[in-house]
Design a protein around this ligand. Structure first.
Ligand code: FAD
Length: 293
């Protein structure tokens, strides 16, 4: 019997009620796969704060899957963050994805917050003092664009782990060798918590190229070749996207990975197909279970 991997799914809070109902259907499709959690992003500078809170609470109250609330500290005071963390804990939301977030250009060094958490490591320490949260943090296989080198980025990651993080969710990447290099460097730095690769099934290649340039993810030439000529052919693009992500996950599985975090972009089909290929099957009673393939 081969155990299927553990998975988690990330969503962003929709900005209108119609889109929220569509997302709810997406979640209903994905939840029977028994993911470990559904995470909900937090817009830059807290811009989606109320939508994130509402969606996380809705998942907590009406989905059989535990939610994880992303929380960024940039631009917020300690007291604001602490109040929100207390609110999450008191309403039963016990998993936080603790992030710094992206400050407005130039502000990180020129204008650090006087009464806020400076970075994710400080945020993790602050959350640990509030309650026994499950805390995930971000990791960057190709290093964060603010980092001078991979070693400095691993030092920063280690500070987050030492502050009390339970799990690392990585930025998406397409070249697995970069993930293995990152994982080796983390292990060499005595990081022993799970490092869960972030998988982005590519729906719109042109947009992914643009976004990747901003977040420091490289897009290998083989992918450009795969998607070339498919700009006006979403059906074929989806098939290519599924096979590319499946190959990536297969290679990761063969190299000792058994947990995946999917950036769903609020769509079910690709993520569902990839999980199916990985041996996951819907179960009647939803919940965080691994399934026999
Ligand atoms: P940190 O780990 O605090 O730092 C990131 C980098 O900055 C490190 O390289 C570190 O060396 C450097 N650094 C830290 N402190 C300082 C300092 N004082 N001076 C100089 N350099 C410093 N963003 C959102 O807005 N909302 C989300 O919901 C969201 N979810 C995400 C989920 C995942 C899984 C990932 C990988 C990223 C997510 N992001 C999100 C993006 C994230 O907020 C940005 O990448 C942000 O720039 C860094 O956040 P962090 O928590 O990694 O920061």
């Amino acid at each position: 019997m081969v155990l299927a991997p553990t998975v988690s799914f990330e969503f962003f809070p929709p900005n209108n009620s119609k889109a929220e109902e569509q997302l709810w259907e997406v979640m209903k499709k994905l939840s029977p796969l028994g993911p470990a959690f559904f995470s909900v992003t937090y817009g830059a500078g807290g811009s989606t704060r109320s939508r994130t809170e509402r969606l996380v609470e809705r998942i907590h109250n009406f989905m059989p899957i535990a939610p994880a609330a992303h929380l960024t500290c940039v631009g917020a005071s300690r007291i604001e963050i602490e109040n929100l963390a207390h609110k999450f804990w008191n309403s039963g939301i016990k998993h936080i994805v603790a992030l710094r977030g992206d400050p407005p250009k130039g502000e990180l060094n020129d204008n650090p917050p006087k009464n806020g958490f400076v970075n994710a490591a400080e945020l993790v320490s602050g959350l640990r003092k509030i309650a026994d949260f499950e805390i995930s943090v971000a990791g960057y296989p190709e290093m964060h664009p603010n980092s001078p080198n991979l070693a400095a980025d691993i030092d920063n990651l280690k500070r987050k782990v030492d502050a009390g993080a339970n799990r690392i969710l990585t930025q998406y990447f397409f070249d697995n060798e970069l993930f293995y290099r990152f994982r080796d460097a983390a292990v060499a730095a005595s990081i022993t918590i799970p490092i869960v690769p972030g998988i982005l099934p590519v729906t719109n290649f042109a947009r992914v190229v643009e976004f990747s340039a901003r977040c420091g993810t490289s897009v290998p030439a083989f992918m450009a070749k795969q998607f070339k000529g498919l700009d006006d052919d979403p059906e074929t693009r989806a098939l290519i996207a599924a096979s590319t992500a499946i190959e990536q996950c297969e290679n990761l599985l063969a190299n000792g990975v058994n947990e995946f975090h999917f950036y769903t972009l609020n769509r079910a089909a690709l993520t569902y197909a990839i999980c199916w290929h990985l041996g996951m099957r819907p179960i009647k009673k939803n919940g965080p279970n691994a399934h026999a393939a």
